[in-house]
Design a protein around this ligand. Sequence first.
Ligand SMILES: Nc1ncnc2c1ncn2[C@@H]1O[C@H](COP(=O)(O)OP(=O)(O)OP(=O)(O)O)[C@@H](O)[C@H]1O
Ligand SMILES: [Mg+2]
Length: 543
Amino acid sequence: MSRKRLGVVVEGAFNAGLTVRLDPGSCTEDLRIGDFVTVEGERNIYFSMIADIALRSTSPGLIADPPAGMSSFIADTLSGINTYATVQVRTMLMMGKYDDRTFIEDVTPPETVRTIPMHFATLCEASERDFHAVFGREDVSHFAVGTPLTMEIPICLDLNRLVERSNGIFGQTGTGKSFLVRLLLCGVIKSGLAVNLIFDMHDEYAFGKQSEDGRWVKGLRHLFGSRVLIYSLEEAAGARAGRSVDVTLKIGLNQFEPEDVLLLAEELNLRATAEPTIGLLQDQYRERWLQRLLEMSPEDLSAFCETRGAHPATMGALQRNLKRIARRPYVVEEARFSQIDDMVAALDQGKHVILHFGRHDTTLDHMLVANVVTRRVRQLYRKKVERYEQTQKPADKPHPLVITIEEAHKFLSPTISRQTIFGTIARELRKYHVTLMVVDQRPGGIDTEILSQLGTRITGKLTDERDIEAALTGVANRTFLRNALNSLNTRQQILITGHAVPMPIVLRTRPYDEVFYKEMGGGELTPEEIEKDFTDLFGSGRG
Ligand SMILES: Nc1ncnc2c1ncn2[C@@H]1O[C@H](COP(=O)(O)OP(=O)(O)OP(=O)(O)O)[C@@H](O)[C@H]1O
Ligand SMILES: [Mg+2]
């Protein structure tokens, strides 16, 4: 086998790990803690990691009285006989033994380690083939997200498994979450394994954006053309060069449910009495409750209070506070659900939708719009799944849908996650073929029950204890992972754990750059069209 040999196993215990004596030719300075290695036993290959390195000697005299002014000749003579080095190896996964001639696809899938190899099993550097055997090779359903910190081998995520469950992308500001999400979305779009609904809250996914180091990077529209539809809340968004918008989305007062408003109690300054009062309004006016409240004259208000027993001061305050909603430019008196229904029809055709907030990027906007849209989308998905269960026709099977939200703690904090549609989706797992990609700087602000439902977690640097604790909720081997998290750089380094990878791994995130754009192969727009859009937007002087 063409792996570079490092030494042989001389001791070991299942729990404590294996001790390997390094071959005389191997130098401890070439090995790093955390490097990937394989141990080749008689029947298995153990994919492993270096946990510790030690220098040893066979004669106590040598330690008590090391030769002074030693020449390299003496060092070489002693090496391997009187002095040697050992490494402590932690086995991670095992596979049936394979060699250079075995097809990677024929290697038994990696499984949890339940055995240890015998004495003198050989330790080697992990080769590219070993990584392929463990993480898979880039193909339709395997997407390379990055490389190990000390190697140039692309490591893949299993996209089928990624979209199967809800996922979390965490890390403090500037660690590269949005860049990573863009990479993952590109991977999913290219594979066609799921459709995406992306709430683009900070104007960074649809169109190009300037990165912190001053480069212009492309948005998904530029990469995938009309496979990605842009719904914008901003009337004028489409008028700006290089930004073609497909639909300007309007939300009607009739579409808000009491929960949407009550979730925003703090933002809207609502008092505790708001809930029963809204209840009275809803009893009387059904889905027109908000419209009716906002158009009531002072006389209407007092008449309502008299007949329904509401408190006049409360009603007045409620009306004043909720007027803020009506003043949002994208909110209209009455809207039909057809815009959102068309959005779902587009998802059905395999298109991806970005909901672009544009200038409307306050918490109020995020919550109002994301809740109304997502509730309707999930309702339609539910119907689709129920129909599919009846007919069982492949044509009726809905595409799995991934909904991406930034600042997820706003929707999933312990106090509100039971009431938001996002909490519902995370809890019902993939029953209705809808999952979430939650992106957050502060995972500590997310309900632990939701965190424990997340299938795959990709975490950048975190320093706050509560956030670290949250990011590692429900995963095994926490001390080890905590150390891995602590060792991350502040940018573009991630720890991946969970469903989409066979074992936790620390990676340097793949660069989102020209090379990547090429690999994504562009969209239905020709490269010239994409370039033109881009030049319109940023001018040609970009670096
Ligand atoms: N994969 C990548 N390829 C190229 N540049 C990257 C990558 N990841 C991170 N960067 C660099 O790091 C900067 C910060 O990344 P990003 O905007 O994704 O951070 P963030 O975690 O989303 O921060 P915030 O929480 O403030 O939104 C980028 O502007 C870019 O310069
Ligand atoms: Mg970001």
